[in-house]
Every structure is written in C-alpha cells, then in structure tokens.
Design a protein around this ligand. Structure first.
Ligand code: AMP
Length: 410
C-alpha cells in the first residue's frame, strides 16, 4: 500500500453531515443582505501580492507573516487572498463602479487563506462572508452595515453575542495620535518586550492588539484615540451611536479596538461571542475612507465588515446531521430498474428519494433504509405489486404504483 496523504495543516474537509448547517448560514446571509439591496460579487482566490501589500498595510501581521505568496511560471508575484476588502476595492476601480449611482453595495462569500498557527476556530483556509458599501461617508451606511450583521447573527440564533464599537478618527487625527502614542511607548520602552519594540516603532497602534502581559500593562495607561477625535470625526461617531441606539442594537464602547488591518478610519467594530474561547471574534469591520484612492481609484469613502463562517458555526454548536430521505425505494431482484425509474419520478416531484446501489437483499435494503432515517419505504415485490411502509411505526399497506407521489406527499 502507498503512504497515505493527509490534508495540509490548518485546513479541513466539510463532510456531508456538516454541510446542511453551512448551507443554512449561506442562505440566511443571502436573504438578509439581498433584502437590503447588496449584490453578490465574486473575486479571484489569488491576486497580485502588491494589492495586499498596499491595501492591507506593509506592517500588518497579515502582510508580514501570514500570506501564502508565490511566483507563477511567468515570474509574477501572486498571493492567495487573506481578506476580501482590497480585492473588492480593486474590482470597484477596475470595473468603473465609481460611475454607478453611489453607494455601490456588495457582499461576498468565499475561501480565504492565512498562514496562522492552527487552533480551535483558527485555520489556514477558512470561509468569510462580508459586505461593503462603497461611495458614501454617511453614518447611516455604517449603522446599516452593523445592523445587518447583527440581524444575521440574530436570525441564525448565535448565542452570547456582544458588539464592541470604537472610532479611529480620520487619517489626520490618527496620524497625530500615532505620534502621541509613539512618544508614550518610547517613554515606556524598557517595560515592553524587546521583540515587540521594533514592531511598535513601525506601527504603534498594534500595541493594542498585543496579548502579552507587559505590553498590556503599558497600553492600559496609554492615551486613547477616542479622546482625541476632532469635531467632524466626533460628530460622525455620535451619529453612528445614535442610529444604533434608535435601532435597538446594544454596543460596548471600546477605545482599544484597533483591528488588524491598516486601512480603517473612523468607525471600527467587532462582534464577539462569549460561547467561543480565545478566538472569540465572529466578525468585524469598519470604515476605510482612504483605501480605494490608495489603490489607484478616485477618493471613495466606504464601510464594510467580514465574518468568519467557521466561527459562527462553532458558536452555534450544531451537531452534524445528514438530512433524512423522504422515501427509500426497495426492490426485489428483477425490480431494480423499476426502482430507479420510480426514485427518479419521486425526485422530480420534489422528494428526497434513495434506492439501493450496492446489491443488497430486500432485507438488507430495509435495514439500510432504517439507517438512512427514511420516513417511508416503497417496496417493489417480485410479483409486480408494491407496499408502502411507514418506517417509524412499521405499518405497511398495499400501494397503487400510479399514485405513489400523490400518496407520499399527503
Ligand atoms: P478579519 O478580516 O481579521 O477582521 O477577520 C474577520 C473574521 O474572520 C474574524 O472575526 C473571524 O471570525 C474570521 N477569521 C479571521 N481569521 C480566521 C482564521 N484564520 N480562521 C478562521 N476564521 C478566521
């Protein structure tokens, strides 16, 4: 026997019993987002590396450590997409969507790739669904985006959900604050872990994401961006909060929320679930008013979020379960072709119908029908007659084959 090949670390297979829960999530997302007028967009699974380097930020963990990058046969530098927003901004510019009535409202669902340390709820290939509203700076768009993720999590019944909300201000505010924070971190340089100092020099806001004790102690006393918002930023943030209040969406103000991507401005938020362990983030996002321009487009304020499909499924904690057949068509030898024809007819009538494909005896077929959880079995006898069996009660009666579909849908 040859040596067995396993799936790469940090990846997983979605088995048939696990797919109904996923399909429900996909359908719920499509329902909630399409009812709000967001259209689905699909972008390639890989892009030019340059897109993420510029779009996500050179000093972010994603770009420095987590990208699956490679050169193709023609020497082009490519990267498996680690997130969706940069691609969508690229597509927005590439397809001239800035000429459409604004905002352009898009949603997506697909696979993303990050070279992270695999653990519960953290994979190297995972699915995200997300939304972007491009071409508006109205607080209404921020509030709508948040309300839609809230609604989706509610509709799915995700337990223990909390919303953390903050604002990073405009780029100018953030730049000034960055200097203030940098000065503060330099003052406390000796208290910080040596290996983190260089990183904070490049991007001091990252210190808020750190999970080591020493950085946490220093950062707890640091000045907060929320206290530095200028007039317009502050007005924008107040408007978003007021809209959420009026919509009855509860949130916790969080001045330490910086998120792992460089492009955010003003509103940032994250939905977490207390049901999840260390990886508690269900999804998050915010406003990114400078990104489209950064990627070569016209100035285009925008807001969006991304949510982790596996995280939501984990929080829901549903047991895997393959859906049961409505009917199993069992057949005596010589009747198998008729069984296939009948199963086909029942499927066309909208039923989930199965038959034996493995040459089992009639007795073996009934056992198999039971294992499949079929509600009914139609038994085609060798003499041309047929029986209908209720699998739960064991009740059985003769059946007019011309009227099976009708009988079963009663
Ligand atoms: P981010 O783009 O980092 O804001 O991620 C958005 C959401 O995607 C997170 O809140 C998680 O739910 C999910 N997510 C991010 N990274 C991973 C990963 N490596 N494995 C599974 N889910 C992830």
């Amino acid at each position: 026997m040859s040596e067995q090949i396993k799936a790469p670390r940090g990846t997983f297979d979605v088995l048939p019993a696990e797919s109904p829960a996923r399909a429900r999530l996909h359908a719920a997302a499509a329902g909630v987002l399409e009812r709000a007028g967001y259209g689905r967009i699909e972008t390639p699974a890989f892009e030019s590396t340059e897109l993420f380097a510029r779009g996500v930020g050179e000093s972010t963990d994603i770009v420095t450590k987590e990208m699956f990058s490679f050169a193709d046969q023609g020497g082009r530098e490519l990267t498996l997409r680690p997130e969706g927003t940069a691609s969508i901004c690229r597509a927005y510019v590439e397809h001239g969507m800035h000429k459409l009535p604004q905002p352009v409202k898009l949603w997506y669902l697909g696979a993303f790739f990050r070279h992270e340390r695999p653990q519960a709820g953290r994979f190297r290939q995972f699915a995200q669904l997300g939304l972007e509203a491009l071409g508006t700076e109205e607080p209404l768009a921020d509030a709508e985006a948040i309300i839609l993720l809230d609604e989706l999590l509610r509709e799915l019944g995700v337990p223990g959900v909390r919303l953390r909300l903050g604002s990073l201000g405009s780029r100018a505010t953030r730049a000034a604050y960055r200097e203030e924070l940098l000065a503060y971190l330099r003052e406390h340089r000796d208290e910080l872990p040596a290996e983190a100092r260089e990183r904070f020099e490049r991007n001091p806001l990252r210190a808020f994401d750190a999970d080591d004790e020493r950085t946490r102690a220093v950062i707890a006393e640091a000045p907060r961006l929320l206290d530095r918002l200028d007039g317009e930023d502050s007005e924008h943030f107040e408007a978003v909060k007021s809209l959420l209040d009026q919509a009855g969406v509860a949130y916790e103000l969080d001045g330490t929320l910086v998120r792992g991507l460089d492009y955010y401005t003003r509103t940032v938020f994250e939905f977490i679930s207390d049901e999840l362990g260390a990886q508690s983030a269900l999804g998050g996002g915010g406003r990114y008013d400078g990104l489209v321009e950064e990627l070569g487009g016209p100035p285009t304020p925008a807001v969006g979020w991304a949510a982790g499909v596996e995280r939501i499924l984990l929080a829901l904690g549903e047991e895997p379960a393959a859906p049961a057949a409505d009917v199993f068509v069992a057949a005596a030898d010589g009747e198998r072709a008729r069984a296939l024809a009948l199963a086909t007819e029942l499927r066309q009538a909208g039923m989930r119908a199965e038959l034996d494909l493995a040459g089992r005896s009639l007795k073996g077929q009934m056992k198999h029908a039971d294992r499949l959880g079929a509600r009914h079995a139609v038994i085609l006898e060798g003499d041309g007659s047929a029986q209908l069996r209720d699998m739960a009660s064991g009740e059985q009666r003769g059946l007019d084959l011309a009227r099976v579909a009708e009988e079963l849908s009663r």
